[in-house]
Ligand binder design. Structure first.
Ligand code: ATP
Ligand code: MG
Length: 361
């Protein structure tokens, strides 16, 4: 049974006014026990609002939320078995590390001995043992965020909520802290809902990712599913880089679709494909799924429009014969040499990496 369920949740702010916003729109999602699901999407797509509805800080306009099978839509936040970790840490600045972490246990009238034991346990989990008596103002940002994590998990919530917990940390620290969050979440088996607009963070930390746009769920799946088989153009574009080439379906058997792309017929493997011959499609081509070859040796020839050298890879923008632009990525450029603007090349699309989308209206 799902530990967290959103059922057709809608949230409209300032309804009936000029400032009306449909922040969450018919949002349904289930999170299984021990799972970490990330809400991923651009700024303003309704991630924080969805999290706040689950925590009880916001009432939905319609729809319901459930925790462990119990409807909690109208239960006040302090009575819900949830804990939240915020971007801004939300620590009490005048208290010590111990007092911050112990706070939720004191409120729940847990005996003093037990509080000492549990606080020491969670601090050890994040490598902060011995810092009990420090004021939180004397800690680095990364340490403060670990105290915030301790404060959230020490009360043993059924559901842990994270709202952009790493946004205030620098890039190196972000990576280390996200690995630590994931390790602890798995060790303790706490069902978690995690919010970020950073796709790399989402892909590395999650069991499954819920991609949102304009308040709506676009796709739910593992990192690999949403990258390799995006449900629509928004997801393909938001997760990684994508080229979209026009194609026409010629035929197909089972999961293999024959498509006319770049003036050639190609076989594309597409589980669950439902296309008819003659149908116009968009072909998602990832920049790394293209071989750059000598002219005449690929599917079609192209011309280099510009190159962008980054050290580990070169990004080339190519012009195809019909004027379409294709961005490709070539790894290990030291080995292969750089191509100059105007160079003629052949390109070959990796058939197994192609993905078809129906044309959107
Ligand atoms: N209290 C509020 N009153 C009015 N509008 C709000 C309120 N809270 C959020 N909104 C609006 O609802 C929409 C969704 O906001 P939300 O904070 O959920 O987005 P988000 O996905 O968390 O974005 P970000 O990545 O920028 O944090 C936005 O258009 C926002 O302006
Ligand atoms: Mg937000």
């Amino acid at each position: 049974m799902a530990v967290v369920a959103f059922e057709h949740v809608v949230k409209v702010f300032s309804p009936g006014t000029r400032r009306e916003v449909r922040a969450v729109d018919d949002f349904s999602l289930q999170v299984e026990r021990g799972e970490l699901v990330t809400l991923l999407g651009p700024s303003g797509c309704g991630k924080t609002t969805s999290l706040r509805i689950l925590a009880g800080f916001e009432l939905p306009t319609s729809g319901d939320v459930y925790i462990d099978g119990e409807k909690v839509t109208f239960v006040p936040p302090q009575k819900r078995p949830t804990s939240m970790v915020f971007q801004s840490y939300g620590l009490f600045p005048h208290m010590t590390v111990f007092e911050n972490v112990a706070y939720g246990l004191k409120v729940r009238r847990v005996p003093r001995q037990e509080i000492r034991k549990r606080v020491a346990e969670v601090l050890a989990l994040v490598g902060l043992e011995g810092l009990e008596d420090r004021g939180v103002g004397q800690l680095s940002g990364g340490q403060q965020q670990r105290v915030a994590l301790c404060r959230a998990i020490v009360v043993q919530p059924k559901v842990l909520l994270f709202d952009e917990p790493l946004s205030n940390l620098d890039a190196k620290l972000r990576k280390g802290t996200r690995e630590q969050i994931r390790r602890i979440q798995k060790e303790l088996g706490i069902t978690s809902l995690y919010v970020t607009h950073d796709q790399a963070e989402a892909m590395s930390i999650s069991d499954r990712i819920a991609v949102m746009n304009a308040g709506r769920l676009q796709q739910l799946g593992t990192a690999e599913e949403i990258y390799a088989r995006p449900a629509n153009r928004f997801v393909a574009d938001f997760i990684g880089e994508a080229n979209f080439l026009p194609g026409t379906v010629v035929g197909g058997e089972g999961e293999t679709v024959r498509v006319q792309i770049l003036g050639r017929e190609m076989e594309v493997s597409q589980p669950g494909a439902d296309f008819s011959p003659g149908e116009e499609v968009e072909v998602v081509v990832r920049p790394e799924a293209v071989d750059v070859l000598p002219a005449g040796e690929g599917d079609v020839d192209a011309e280099v429009l510009f190159s962008h050298y980054t050290g580990s890879v070169v990004l080339y923008a190519l012009r195809l014969p019909d004027g379409e632009r294709l961005e490709v990525q070539v790894a290990n450029p030291q080995e292969r040499g750089l191509l100059g603007v105007g160079a003629k090349v052949g390109i070959r699309l990796h058939r197994r990496s192609l993905h078809l989308l129906g044309r959107e209206q």
